[in-house]
Ligand binder design. Structure first.
Ligand SMILES: Nc1ncnc2c1ncn2[C@@H]1O[C@H](COP(=O)(O)OP(=O)(O)OP(=O)(O)O)[C@@H](O)[C@H]1O
Ligand SMILES: [Mg+2]
Length: 237
């Protein structure tokens, strides 16, 4: 695996562009994502954060430019190959949880298991995420924080290499946000999951190993955080 600054490169994007109609949303974004790190992506509304995250995670194709992972060009994959790659390597977490309302927490999590791939230990994962006591409940019976932790369990049960979180704490209060951020750091440290976390929250960015800032469809800054704070030490405004 290629190394840079002591980190292994997991994912690489080169000169990514994307437009919707006449609107140019990404104007040539290049970046590397390092294995086993937590990267926060900040930037004003409309700056292209979600579009970039969706392209890196294979949900959207770039108009031009390439996405590489493990020596392969993901952006050139066929639909079938791309679907396989996403299914086994990529986890997604969204602001609105996206749990299936007619299934229990346990059933929702099991949906994330990929046939033929060794899953994470179910009991260990649900214990770490502190949802072991709510496995038989339905999403509507849970708090937002509990639902999001169940959604994270569903996304990581397959042991993906990367977890893409788009404003995953956007609908949560301070206590639940801190808990979710703390647990994502545990998943990174204990299981080597690489986390990309789009947020408007500066405090969450302070817990990250690295902070990217988007502006007008471009990467405006890229900073390694020398002294990240712990999730518990985040100060809400
Ligand atoms: N599917 C789509 N169809 C048309 N326009 C889109 C689509 N997705 C995004 N856009 C436009 O692209 C621009 C960037 O959107 P994007 O969602 O990437 O921004 P963002 O930085 O995530 O913003 P926010 O912080 O509000 O979530 C916006 O102007 C948006 O209207
Ligand atoms: Mg967005």
């Amino acid at each position: 695996m290629t190394r840079q600054n002591g980190y292994s490169i997991l994912l690489k994007a080169e000169n990514i562009t994307k437009s919707y109609g006449k609107e140019s949303v990404l104007n040539g974004v290049s970046l590397t994502v390092y294995s086993g790190t937590f990267t926060a992506i900040l930037g004003p509304s409309g700056s292209g954060k979600s579009t970039l995250l969706n392209i890196l995670s294979g949900l959207t194709r770039p108009a031009s430019g390439k996405v590489y992972c493990g020596g392969e060009t993901v952006s050139d994959y066929s639909e079938t190959r791309l679907a396989d790659w996403k299914r086994s390597e990529v986890g997604n977490v969204f602001q609105n949880y996206m749990l299936l309302g007619n299934l229990t927490v346990k059933e929702n999590i099991k949906i994330g298991i990929v046939p033929g791939k060794v899953p994470m230990d179910f009991d260990l994962l649900t214990r770490i995420l502190e949802i072991e006591d709510i496995l038989d409940k339905f999403p509507a019976q849970l708090s937002g924080g509990q639902q999001q932790r169940a959604a994270i369990a569903r996304a990581v049960i397959k042991a993906p290499r990367m977890l893409f979180c788009d404003e995953a704490t956007g609908a949560l209060d301070e206590t639940n946000s801190k808990k979710v951020v703390e647990l994502l750091h545990v998943l990174k440290s204990d299981f080597g999951v690489t986390v990309l976390f789009v947020t408007h929250n500066q405090q969450i960015a302070r817990t990250a190993d690295r902070v990217l800032t988007m502006k007008n469809g471009l990467l405006a800054s890229d900073t390694m955080n020398e002294n990240p704070i712990s999730a518990a030490d985040m100060i809400w405004g």
